[in-house]
Write a protein that binds this ligand. Sequence first.
Ligand code: UD1
Ligand code: UDP
Length: 384
Amino acid sequence: MAYTVMMVFGTRPEAIKMAPLARVLRHWPEVDLRICSTGQHREMLEQVLTAFGLKVDQDLQVMTQNQTLNGLSRDLLDKLDRAYEQVKPDIVLVHGDTTTSFIASLAAFHRHIPIGHVEAGLRTGNLQQPWPEEANRRLTGVLADLHFTPTRDSDANLIREGVPPEHVEVTGNTVIDALLWMRDKLQRDNWRPAPESPLKVLRDDQRMVLITGHRRENFGSGFERICLALAELALRYPDVQFVYPVHLNPQVQHAVYSVLSGRDNIHLVAPQDYPHFVWLMNRAHIILTDSGGVQEEAPALGKPVLVLRKVTERPAVLKGGTVKLVGTLTERIVHETSQLLDDPAAYARMARVFTPFGDGHASERIAERLTRWFADQSAARDNA
Ligand code: UD1
Ligand code: UDP
């Protein structure tokens, strides 16, 4: 018999990390896969669907400009309830720590639908950092029946919180599946940015610093300090190119464009689709980011990462010495970036390939664990 597996995602990172799992589950025995996009993101999600050739079965189109967390949650709860009513899934798969992840879990719980949580067990231990993601993943963890964790640290977090070990499976992170697939595809196709791409102006004979930033807890003074650091670095290093694909959140757009527009060696560009962004990461000398996903991808490409946060829920990355937490103080960001630009030995220590998140086969492990879960369900039904 086929089990209906309903995959729910809504933002760029969820879609990137669920895409490889969707590719596997589409052809997996016993699985009838239904993909539901909540549309928490619109343009940035569309870029991912195109890059991976993913077709969604339902699009709930919830995004509104400058949406509030409560308004978004209300719309998600209502529309997901109706989507579950229509599909009647045997299990819902959610990813990570967004509002989509938590509300999709809550709506499934209310309908007695089992939940599988991909990228489960990440914790900083601080509800304010990142905000609201730390709450979203903890709340999702409370509701989930199956927890697919990227590393042993995450596994241990869940078991410490009382999750039965047999409900937890260490699988690696599907982001590595996505990254390696895309990197190999770009290499095979000898891929270059399209002629109309703003990245065409980048010079091969200059070093490039890649930046991303969008965390809500950095809004206001945090973003201001980060942007001032970038402005100072750009002045100090006129022969270094700074590339910042600016997230579409209006709060981020305003903070970044108001401080950093009109500088020769700072390239503020639109969010890049995954092929362009992987190309940028590969091409970068250093990456500055507050992103979760980029912290996982960059070490796999051997790129030093300075994380614009005080804490990380991914302690595994710190062990390799290729990722450093630098916070959001202007002086510290300028100092740490300058050191990497000026000191070849310091740079060499951080520019190493480090892969704590698995071998690129996390999706198959998740599918295999699901198969065992289906068998348990079937045995339980037979015994009832
Ligand atoms: C969301 C997630 C965050 C995740 C991030 C990934 C929550 C609360 N936040 O943050 O965990 O790290 O996505 O990028 O779930 N917008 C567009 N087009 C898009 C995407 C966003 O215009 O394609 C604008 C809209 O005005 C929207 C706003 O950005 O209202 C905020 O989007 P939202 O998903 O609420 O928050 P993010 O900051 O993107
Ligand atoms: N990313 C992308 N284009 C960009 C910036 C990031 O495709 O312009 C990818 C990046 O490779 C990673 C994911 O988006 O896989 C991270 O998303 P984001 O930083 O928005 O969210 P987070 O990971 O912090 O939740």
